[in-house]
Design a protein around this ligand. Sequence first.
Ligand SMILES: Cc1ncc(COP(=O)(O)O)c(C=O)c1O
Length: 369
Amino acid sequence: MASADSGIEGLIRSDLINFGGYAASKSPEALAGKVEAPSGRIIKLDANENPYGCSPRVNQALAGYPDINIYPDASQAELKRLLQQYTGVAAKHIVAGAGSDQLIDLILRLFVEAGDEVINCPPTFAMFRFFTGLNGGTPVEVPRDENFAVKVGAVRAAITDRTKLILLATPNNPTGTVMPRKDILEILDTGRPVLVDEAYYEFSRQTVAPLVGRYPNLMVLRTFSKWAGLAGLRIGYGLFPVKIARYLTSIKEPYCVNVAAMVAVRETLKDIDYLMANVRAVIAERQRLFGQLQRLKWLKPHRSQANFILCSVLNGRARELKQKLESRGILVRYFDQPLLRNFIRISVGKAEDTDILIKTLKEIGGGNG
Ligand SMILES: Cc1ncc(COP(=O)(O)O)c(C=O)c1O
């Protein structure tokens, strides 16, 4: 008799048989006991998380939250009201999800059928390609220029009858580059649905959110993962033309934002001053980290408007450098792929994280020691 799972692969969607997945950041638990951290702790600079954590109000409110047995409000009424106040964009334009990742997925599901084309401008956020593939779309890659700027003319030229979406991140991950407003407008003028992912908006303060509703094809995504320190609770939101917001609401999983995330947003938005002081501290530390990296000579940091810095590794291999740092308890991200040959990306931590990182980089040295 054939084994129980023989033939199972023949039943799996053929386009997903070789789906590569996403190389997610490592959890500190996975490393516990495996690395020797001279600082006595893992310094996590690999996922652009907030080194200051969330508002203490969030911890307090969650500790005493009584209604965990009750489903969240599927209509997201309070959440939308709060987000309207925070963004200045009317509630009817807003849909929230379990992280902005979930909204990227929903948007692709809404627009893309098998074989439809999705324009992507690499190097950029890897989840764009991930969700395009997961939803049967065909990624059409329009690489950025040598300064990591989107080539607007090339994007426009890549549009065909099958183009359903154009995906843009600003500031872009992992390059930290902001897209000039006039470039976004030129792409919007094509009339194709355009997703502007502003996950790092609070660090750059540049946004096209006020244009939502004026363009029937503009969608803006934001998240609480970065500026508000809520990555672990998975809460993001999008600003959409009313029609698109209605369609997304009709296809979203009803309870996609859990009650803990809802409580966290409520408390976060009562504590904006505290959180914005932390954002300013990250921006100041980004400047200091940039200067220190520049002095190493064997790394070339690229200017960033987000909470991370991408560096070319001029002497040595990025992969080995990442591993050497990891064995010393410091996590960073490395890239070695066609449009990002030999790069590392370092999230901005606290001043003490920068100090230990720089000391360790000096010990390792160019050529990876
Ligand atoms: C550009 C960009 N968009 C979206 C996300 C995902 O954010 P969330 O935690 O809200 O899913 C990230 C996270 O790294 C990102 O870099």
